[in-house]
Design a protein around this ligand. Structure first.
Ligand code: HEC
Length: 226
């Protein structure tokens, strides 16, 4: 039995080698590709001409008024009609400074390099709900809807560990990701990332406020309750 197998195997080998040839042998003919994968696609390579368009170029000019992602431009081009549409993000990480990385040299910094205003926090809320709440949940408890569909071990942003984490480290986590969490630096503009950090601080405060820190009227209201 085994003998027939070896004979058959040898014949197949000889057939394949004689058909497909040795790799590296020279031939004017195109190589025989047994597994062409996706080598040949109906596509244009960069800078190659095209007979399809009147100007002969395959690369098309962007539509008039196109704004490259992350570039600041006056007006509300990014989210026309959005709640915080007038906010202008200032581009993406491209410098080694604190504003761009959340770090001073090798260590995380603390504090905000942008002014923390209610507008910034509102923007952060909007961006957090869009980008983070699916996993971390709207209050940051690590119970977003994705956790019901298999995204495991999502961090609870209300943990003491994360409450005492420097602002720069939160910023850096958003920018570069951590373990199973992906990096959001390439998708979320710089100011928006700082806005999200500010909003996370607001969320954390919302779950850890002391009675004495509340306005007096609110204190009375709460104390009146049984
Ligand atoms: C696809 C799900 C997902 C999304 C979306 C997501 N995260 Fe996470 N995040 C995780 C997981 C999972 C972890 C735990 C990673 C680990 O194992 O340390 C985590 C951890 C974190 C931590 C803790 C890091 C540490 O040092 O322990 C922070 C802070 C955080 N995420 C912030 C954010 C923010 C802000 C956003 C939105 C810009 C976001 N995440 C979006 C899944 C997600």
């Amino acid at each position: 039995m085994l003998r027939y197998f070896f004979i058959a195997f040898l014949l197949v080998m000889v057939a394949v080698v004689s058909l497909a040839g040795f790799r590296g042998s020279k031939s004017a003919l195109p190589p025989i590709e047994i597994f062409p994968d996706m080598d040949h696609q109906p596509k244009y390579q960069p800078q190659h001409p095209s007979g399809f368009f009147a100007d002969g170029r395959s690369a098309r000019k962007p539509v008039d008024g196109t704004v490259p992602m992350g570039y600041a431009m006056h007006g509300s081009y990014l989210q026309a009609g959005a709640k915080n549409g007038a906010f202008e993000p200032a581009g993406f990480t491209n410098q080694p400074d604190y504003y761009n990385t959340g770090k001073f040299g090798d260590s995380y910094g603390d504090g905000f390099p942008v002014e923390v205003t209610s507008k910034l926090i509102a923007r952060g809320q909007e961006r957090f709900n869009i980008n983070c709440a699916v996993c971390h949940g709207k209050v940051g408890m690590g119970n977003g809807v994705a956790t019901q569909y298999g995204v495991a071990a999502v961090a609870n942003l209300q943990d003491d560990r994360i409450r005492i984490m420097p602002d720069g480290q939160l910023f850096s986590t958003i920018t570069n990701g951590k373990n199973t969490m992906g990096a959001y630096g390439p998708q979320i503009a710089l100011d928006d990332r700082w806005a999200i950090v500010a909003y996370i601080r607001a969320l954390q405060k919302s779950q850890n406020v002391k009675l004495a820190e509340l306005p007096e009227a609110k204190q009375k209201e709460l104390q009146a309750k049984p």
